[in-house]
Design a protein around this ligand. Sequence first.
Ligand code: ZN
Ligand code: ZN
Length: 347
Amino acid sequence: MSQTLLEKVKTLEPLHPNKSTGVFGGKSSGILNWNDIAYPHWYKMYKRLIGNYWQADEVNMSADVKQFAKLTQAEQDAYLKIIGLLSTLDAPQTRTALLISLYATDPSVQSIMAVIAQQEAVHNESYSYVLSSVVSLDEQNESFQLGRKDPVLLKRNEHIMEVYNNFVEEPTIENILKTLVYSALLEGMFFYSGFAFFYNLARHNKMVGTSTMVSYINRDELEHGRFIAELFRATLAENPQYNTNEFVDWVYRHFKKSVELEIEWSSYVLADLEGIDLEEMAGYVKYRANKMLRMMGLNEIYPQHVENPMKWIRAYVDNFDGTKTDFFEQKSRQYTKTSDLNGFDDL
Ligand code: ZN
Ligand code: ZN
């Protein structure tokens, strides 16, 4: 199969039509009319993404500041390690979203990826923000070193690093598809054992500020995952020559490997924590993997895990999908801009 390198898309190309002829390697003028795009329902996705707008320092951390010192040593360690992990996912994702948009020949994709990149930038900022609220600068820096030094974390991130960096060096349709596969894994699975750790603290009334922040990140990631899966399906449908058994096998193989590594990582970072059952967590990881595969138009690979085994987590996550109003719906109503209200006054 020819591996033509894609060129960065020109900014304006008046000879091309406004409505794009292809998501990658197509033609478009660069002018965007949301009412005339190749995939009309992507406008709704854009609106949902924009509707999730939030900023890190709007979340009040004053209770967490006092509580952090009262956490067990194991909880404090896990807290710092998991923030370290999350930062290794959101930083590359900020740039990968931008890179995808540079090669996308559909201006609606460029705009959606711009919003995703902005949100990833906020996620990154939020990790600095929560850590600066609870530990010294030395400890903050140590936590952000983990992605460069912790052997389990490095092993866990090895494949995504390789695939993302290959796309930088060789921007081909195949490498874009592979990057979208790892983006789907990142947005839809890699974050979730970390999220579960914070929700577990919240259900024991600990570090609720951090968990509120994490729930906003989680809500964004669910939307990102949904769009990335859409983009993957559209790219594959427009380029059927890549829809081969070999490629689909590659996807399944990498999903399985990622699930193994995620389970290994979560057993390492969540060991000895009260309220977290590692067996259940492994099931949850598989459940998330199934969910992403289904969104990408592929088959589930863990038939035993089509249901969420961590039922308690639903109160924190699943409500973003529907219109139910409990824990986080109430939270979001309470969520006012504390930076305007001087929420830090009671420190
Ligand atoms: Zn993110
Ligand atoms: Zn994301």
